[in-house]
Design a binder for this molecule. Structure first.
Ligand SMILES: Nc1nc2c(ncn2[C@@H]2O[C@H](COP(=O)(O)OP(=O)(O)O)[C@@H](O)[C@H]2O)c(=O)[nH]1
Ligand SMILES: [Mg+2]
Length: 98
């Protein structure tokens, strides 16, 4: 449980999307054999970007899942949530304790 890593991203601020991707990639580069969750918060907010947009930005399928998840045996996930309306919070808690 204490080896779980999470990176909380504020998706209501699209101007930070590029730096969130760079920071996230640096984080998963620095860990090995751990679970890691990209948690996209504020899914309720108006100018929010979606999970699929973030996946395209961070090149989830062809770089992250291949290079990091497969070869370095990470278990990487992305989840959207909202601390305001509770969207997905149960699933996030399940992820943390599964
Ligand atoms: N709409 C919305 N606002 C949130 C959510 N979570 C936090 N906030 C609000 O966003 C504002 C800034 O907080 P936050 O970005 O979480 O923290 P900070 O960046 O460390 O200041 C506060 O008013 C929070 O109440 C959320 O899920 N949805
Ligand atoms: Mg903030």
């Amino acid at each position: 449980m204490f080896l779980i890593n999470k990176y909380l991203i504020d998706t209501s601020n699209p101007s930070q999307m590029a730096s969130s991707c760079i920071e996230g990639l640096n984080l998963i580069k620095s860990i090995k054999n751990k679970r890691f969750l990209f948690l996209l918060n504020k899914s309720d907010a108006p100018s929010t970007y979606s999970k699929s947009t973030f996946e395209r930005m961070i090149r989830w399928n062809d770089v992250v899942k291949n290079d990091f998840d497969t070869h370095q045996r990470h278990r990487l996930d992305i989840m959207e949530c909202s601390a305001y309306d509770g969207n997905n919070l149960k699933e996030v808690i399940n992820w943390m304790f599964s």
